[in-house]
Design a protein around this ligand. Structure first.
Ligand code: AMP
Ligand code: ZN
Ligand code: FE
Ligand code: FE
Length: 282
């Protein structure tokens, strides 16, 4: 069983449509893929439709934008009821604020001399929940930076960079309560991704475990071996499940589907804890 529990479509900042993501997951030899777009479930229906005639299982999910200790962080949510109103409302508030914030970032970029426009970013984002990777693609198009990664420096879009503007982000304990209130399970995404900035303290992760967190995403491209070993110890200590996943973004990131995977027993445990939605098959 090859299980990848973190992938983005063009419902947020990936480049594959949800149907293309499903086809690519089959080609990559995956048995299970989770669709975890930023702050939206808009891709679920198309991805589910594309399963017909395949042996792939889809785990419906989302990656929530959170903030604690002044640090932006991501919370993966799986198998929740997308209609549950309190959680649906919070995702909508975050998505709406993404538009305001992306417009403000475009203005900052322009003030810094980058010839990008909001119309261009809107075209690149299409129907997707707009984010910094779309603006990064606009900066590449405009010839300001060589590639998307080069846009994530302090000169431009990195956390605390010259053109970075914060967005609404949910307190993670509140996010966990919302996810669980909608019958889902919550996994802290790439908790040791230090190249993105400061990471959340172990004391706070312990607080989140007490608040109902289910797992830590440990096998992730942004974690080196030492970080993985430390996080595995922390997960064992706190009784948290350890997951692995690619964080695939199509052509916007170099990583391939299935680059990291989750143990089948861990996957079964996550599914067993969720009551809001079931894994979807074709
Ligand atoms: P946003 O949701 O608009 O705040 O943008 C966050 C997204 O930008 C993340 O999900 C990553 O895909 C991407 N990102 C953040 N930091 C970096 C980085 N240092 N290099 C490349 N991509 C990054
Ligand atoms: Zn992303
Ligand atoms: Fe993330
Ligand atoms: Fe992600």
């Amino acid at each position: 069983m090859r299980i990848d529990l973190h992938a983005h479509s063009n419902a947020s900042d990936g480049t594959d449509s949800p149907a293309e993501l499903v086809r690519n997951a089959v080609v990559a030899g995956l048995d299970v893929v989770a669709l975890t777009d930023h702050d939206t479930t808009a891709g679920w229906a198309e991805a589910a439709e594309a399963l017909h005639g395949t042996a792939l299982t889809l785990v419906p999910g989302a990656e929530l934008s959170c903030r604690v200790e002044g640090i932006s962080m991501h919370m993966l949510a799986y198998l929740f009821d997308p209609e549950e109103p309190a959680f649906a409302r919070e995702r909508e508030l975050v998505r709406t604020d993404r538009v305001r914030r992306a417009q403000a970032i475009v203005e900052r970029c322009r003030a810094l001399g980058a010839p990008v426009t909001w119309e261009q970013v809107e075209r690149i984002a299409g129907r997707g929940a707009v984010g910094r990777p779309h603006i990064a693609s606009a900066l590449v198009e405009a010839g300001v930076v060589a590639d998307v990664d080069a846009a994530f420096t302090k000169d431009w879009l990195a956390n605390g960079g010259r053109a970075d503007v914060p967005k609404r982000e949910t307190d993670p304990a509140e996010a966990i309560a919302l996810v669980r209130g909608a019958g889902g399970v919550a996994v802290f995404a790439h908790p040791g991704a230090s190249k993105r900035g400061r990471t959340v303290s172990e004391a706070t992760i312990a607080d989140l475990a007490a608040a109902g967190l289910t797992g830590l995403e440990i096998d992730h491209m942004d974690h080196d071996e030492e970080t993985r070993a430390r996080l595995r110890g922390l997960a064992a200590e706190l009784g948290l499940l350890a997951t692995g996943s690619s964080d695939y973004h199509g052509s916007r990131k170099a990583v391939s589907l299935g680059a990291n995977t989750t143990d089948p027993a861990v996957y079964e445990a996550l599914v067993g804890l969720a009551t809001g939605a079931k894994p979807i098959t074709g």
